[in-house]
Design a protein around this ligand. Structure first.
Ligand SMILES: [Ca+2]
Length: 99
């Protein structure tokens, strides 16, 4: 068995392993190439900080407790968290207030 040590399984990427051999007369075989894809298919994990759900009195200022995110390959990716706010109830309220 041939052990290949040039594929760094700790770094995502596409690696090629080339195979060749020569006989005692110096004749080289036709080289063969194997492509090795090192991929990261594990999803990152988000952890919410604070309570969920959060309930507070209308008119109060809402301050989100935040969240953290980690990934098996990228480590701490908290700074990459994207937040979006959906508000179906406030939309309905606007409709009624326009009547
Ligand atoms: Ca990952």
């Amino acid at each position: 068995m041939l052990t290949i040590s040039t594929v760094n399984t700790a770094i995502v990427g596409v690696y090629t392993v080339r195979y060749n051999v020569s006989d005692a007369s110096g004749n080289a075989a036709v080289e063969l190439i194997r492509t090795v894809n090192v991929v990261d298919t594990t999803l990152p994990v988000i952890t919410l900080l604070g309570d969920n759900p959060v309930t507070f009195e209308v008119g109060d200022t809402y301050t989100d407790a935040g969240a953290t995110a980690t990934d098996n390959y990228d480590g701490d990716i908290t700074s990459s968290i994207v937040t979006r706010i959906y508000s179906r109830y406030s939309y309905c309220r606007k409709l009624y207030s326009n009547l």
